[in-house]
Design a binder for this molecule. Structure first.
Ligand code: BG6
Length: 476
């Protein structure tokens, strides 16, 4: 079903994100018939491009990032593109933008630029009468680097837009499998009764990446894994796993419940955090080489044990880990249930546990470890087997074209659905929990532990769980 007619202005329209995600995503939605023929995408940036130059840039970006491009469709899509050379801090381009924007369609402004320009853009959108009370503004992470800067950004945006107009992207929320967490939890009768401290032993959340910091060393070295991944993406996963059922799948109901989870998180003790930094191996560069700082103390890996102190989760640890240059790209959430209260099978010494693991990427699917009788005449011997389901197999080939997170999220902006976007108070609460952790290691002068590229992270991360008599799941 096509969304309503719209004008979408992408500030930073020639940048990396526009080329890798926004333009290819919009093209895919166009091909899927979701973008009305009259909708317009207006790239806005500093360079003096013509409409034609911008179409060339978009053409190349789409051909590079979209498989099997239909050339006719691409050329029709490019007809919907415009470009305006604009000065975020001056007057250039704003009159032209005002003339181009239609007043009778949905208008959305994507700030795909550094946060230092948010205020300038918002102010000019208003002073030139371009944005109205129904316009939407989309902002990207990093949303600040601590609580103070996040508050300042929220204030800047609030000076010009109502909260209902602001769409803070965390692209993990746009991933199909991440949304599936809510479907699994709240769409089945099976899991929810067990989803609490009476039945759950612990939960592991792993987001492992194979890539290093690639060309983003300068940004990354100022952030590290805690700011880059935990404060936002892992936090969102934790919220979806831990939250109470919202009364309805609506934007404020969902975000209210997520906020309660973040506010219930306990401070993390220093011995429950392990930071790591990758070494080079087999011709691969080390983190320090990648960021060009031989003394960098920024972490490219972090593991931590987190407690959510509320009625549902009291005493249940959440082990979180994420890192770059790990042995595989794999994101998984695993819920390990408690031991049976009593085993009726004499001689069965092994510990059998039900584990529900949800594979977020790649090979999206679910796996439930269950205990059954080992086949054969050997008596009542028990073994653990997986009840395995990859979504690709279960859903069939016609449903295997999973939309990219950005496609989904941009269409939600046009539809005016904020459910999968972070609210201002949520982002601030996440920083309020993150700040003391980072301050702690900065004050102590902690140095991250080295780990081999293509490994599961530093040895100390293993110890974090071994100490509790538990172990991390393999990264496969
Ligand atoms: C981004 C981080 O937000 O997410 C990157 O800045 C990281 O460092 C990326 O690589 C991971 O996203 P995905 O979708 O590849 O899991």
């Amino acid at each position: 079903i096509p969304v309503e007619d719209f004008d979408l202005v992408v500030f930073g329209g020639t940048g990396d994100l526009a080329q890798r995600k926004i333009l290819p995503g919009l093209f895919r939605r166009y091909v899927a018939g979701q973008m009305p023929e009259s909708a317009r995408i207006i790239g806005a940036a500093r360079s003096d491009y013509s409409d034609g130059d911008y179409c060339d840039l978009a053409h190349d970006a789409i051909v590079e990032h979209v498989a099997d491009v239909d050339r006719d469709k691409l050329s029709a899509f490019l007809d919907q593109l415009h470009y305006i050379a604009i000065d975020a801090k001056g007057d250039k381009g704003w009159g032209e933008l005002k003339d181009l924007i239609r007043s009778d369609v949905i208008t959305a402004f994507y700030f795909s630029v550094g946060p230092s320009l948010f205020g300038d853009l918002a102010e000019r959108l208003h002073s030139h009468g371009i944005a109205d009370r129904d316009s939407r503004v989309v902002v990207e992470k990093p949303f600040g680097r601590d609580l103070e800067s996040a508050r300042a950004l929220n204030r800047t945006l609030a000076d010009h837009f109502d909260e209902r107009q602001i769409y803070r992207i965390d692209h993990y929320l746009g991933k199909e499998t991440v949304q599936n967490l809510m479907a699994v939890r709240f769409g089945n009768v099976l899991f929810e009764p067990l989803w609490n401290q009476h039945y759950v032993d612990h939960i592991q959340i792993t987001v492992a990446e194979e890539i290093g910091v690639e060309g983003r060393g300068e940004y990354y070295d100022r952030s590290g894994a805690m700011r880059d991944m935990v404060q936002n993406h892992l936090m969102q996963l934790l919220c979806l796993i831990a939250m109470e059922p919202p009364s309805v799948f609506g934007s404020d109901a969902v975000r209210d419940e997520k906020l309660k989870v973040i506010r219930a998180l306990q401070p993390v003790a220093s011995h429950e955090i392990v930071r790591g930094q990758y070494d080079g191996a087999d011709g691969m560069t080390s983190y320090r080489e990648d960021v060009g700082d031989p003394r960098s103390h920024t972490e490219s890996f972090i593991a931590l044990k987190v407690h959510c102190s509320n009625w549902r989760w009291a005493g249940v640890p959440f082990y979180l880990r994420t890192g770059k240059r790990m042995k595989a790209r794999s994101s998984e959430i695993a819920v390990t249930f408690k031991d049976l209260a009593h085993s009726i099978f004499p001689g069965d010494e092994a510990r059998h546990r039900n584990i529900l693991s949800i594979q977020l990427q790649p090979d999206e699917g679910m796996n439930l470890q269950v205990t059954i009788k080992e086949p054969g005449p050997g008596g009542m011997r028990l073994i653990d087997v997986p009840l395995d389901m990859t979504f690709a197999d279960a859903l069939g080939p016609e449903n295997n074209d999973i939309p990219d997170a950005y496609e989904r999220l941009i269409m939600d902006v046009i539809r005016g659905n904020q459910t999968l976007f972070m609210r201002g108070d949520e982002v601030e609460a996440a920083w309020a929990w993150t700040d003391p952790i980072i301050d702690g290691w900065e004050e102590r002068g902690d140095v991250p532990k080295p780990y081999d590229s293509c490994s599961a992270g530093p040895e100390d991360a293993m110890m974090l769980m071994h100490r509790d008599g538990r172990r991390w799941r393999d990264i496969k």
